[in-house]
Design a binder for this molecule. Structure first.
Ligand SMILES: Nc1ncnc2c1ncn2[C@@H]1O[C@H](COP(=O)(O)OP(=O)(O)OP(=O)(O)O)[C@@H](O)[C@H]1O
Ligand SMILES: [Mg+2]
Length: 355
């Protein structure tokens, strides 16, 4: 069967009118970021924030209509809105600018960042969140990696969040950990081609509309930031009130001083840097237990010392860490007493002290 095209989808959506304005949602320019990938369709409806309720009905109508079309297996429509700043900011007399970005239901936020991709940031973030939970804190993880959300895979989550009666998004709870990810809302790979501003409003919407305290107030929410130190990362760090940042680095990329850029970024935004973690730091032979520093480990510690930043710990390159992540059962929950879990727990203790 021939594949469904963007034009066909837009034609179908043209049959859906805005309930108040009369014109259809395509003509009104509300359909944004349309992505068609095989039988998966995803897009955002850019709405007026005062019309969330009626537009939720329209969103559902869009999904229902497209689902009936043969050749479409999966449809995800999300609402995005540029909120007016007055609405977003609680009017607290004593409120400093910092207070205004506080997430409701969350006491502390830490951001896990890296200078470049593929250093194990998400793996570290999820294991750290579980380790913070293991030491008695109520923890959550918020995947704001718009380029490739990986928390759904890391936690093995396939269900979608539902809405509460008060129109909040109920986060997914897995292994006791509260979690939210763009990946829960969009078909895989969709977000990558969203335009920057849309991504930002989706992130803001998720930040503000998620019922983070569904299972009790969170002591700490761990942000899994997208890799790199560009505008998106900067905006994210500015949008959400971050207590402290943790930079993950491998020994190789420390040599390339990528991690320093990550540090610079936070220093520019006056975000405290809690410290550096060296990941895939050394190789522990699974059969003989011998340790080899294949990448010349220790660079992160040196950089940290030079910059006067704490060195939080080193995590070896180990198949158990990789396999458990890929299977959706992160090591700290899969085998909490393993030596590697202990490393994450020790780092979590250092972070908890800083909060
Ligand atoms: N300490 C480790 N030992 C073995 N494998 C690891 C370790 N840390 C991460 N990995 C593996 O490395 C790969 C990349 O990890 P991960 O997705 O966490 O990186 P990332 O920095 O979040 O990447 P991205 O930049 O794409 O977001 C994954 O397959 C993961 O299982
Ligand atoms: Mg990642």
């Amino acid at each position: 069967m021939s594949q469904i095209t963007r034009e066909q989808i837009l034609t179908i959506l043209q049959s859906i009118p805005h309930p108040k304005k009369g014109d259809d949602i395509v003509t009104l320019g509300m359909v944004q970021g349309l992505v068609v990938k095989g039988g998966e369709v995803g897009f955002a409806l850019n709405i007026d924030p005062t019309e969330v309720e009626i537009m939720e009905q329209v969103r559902k109508a869009c999904e229902a209509k497209l689902r009936q079309v043969s050749g479409i297996d999966k449809v995800t429509a999300v609402l995005t809105a540029e909120r007016s700043s007055t609405k977003e900011m609680p009017t607290k007399d004593s409120g400093t600018l910092k207070d205004t970005k506080k997430i409701s239901g969350v006491k502390h936020v830490i951001a896990v960042a890296s200078g470049k991709g593929g250093v194990g940031k998400s793996t570290t973030a999820v294991n750290l969140a579980l380790a913070l939970q293991a030491i008695g804190l109520k923890a959550g993880i918020f995947d704001v990696d718009i380029y490739g959300p990986s928390i759904p895979t890391l936690l093995g989550v396939t269900e979608k969040p539902v809405q509460s009666e008060d129109k909040k998004i109920i986060p997914i709870i897995k292994y006791g950990l509260v979690s939210m990810s763009l990946g829960y809302l969009m078909p895989q790979d969709t977000a990558t081609i969203w335009r920057g501003p849309m991504v930002m409003s989706a992130v803001k919407q998720m930040t503000n509309d998620t019922k983070w305290d569904v299972d009790g107030e969170l002591d700490v929410l761990v942000l899994d930031l997208p890799p790199g130190t560009g505008d998106v990362q900067l905006t994210l760090a500015q949008t959400i009130d971050v207590d402290g940042a943790i930079v993950v680095s491998t020994p190789q990329d420390i040599a390339l001083i990528d991690a320093r850029k990550g540090l610079d970024m936070f220093q520019k935004t006056n975000t405290e840097v809690f410290g550096i973690i060296e990941n895939m730091s050394y190789f522990l032979c699974p059969s003989c237990g011998d340790r080899s520093d294949i990448f010349g480990h220790g660079g992160a510690r040196e950089v940290a010392e030079k910059l006067g930043i704490d060195f939080l710990g080193e995590i070896p390159l180990h198949m158990d860490i990789r396999n458990t992540s890929d299977n959706g059962t992160p090591l700290v929950t899969h085998d909490p007493n393993s030596p590697h879990s202990e490393i994450y727990i020790n780092i979590a203790k250092k972070i908890a002290e800083k909060l």
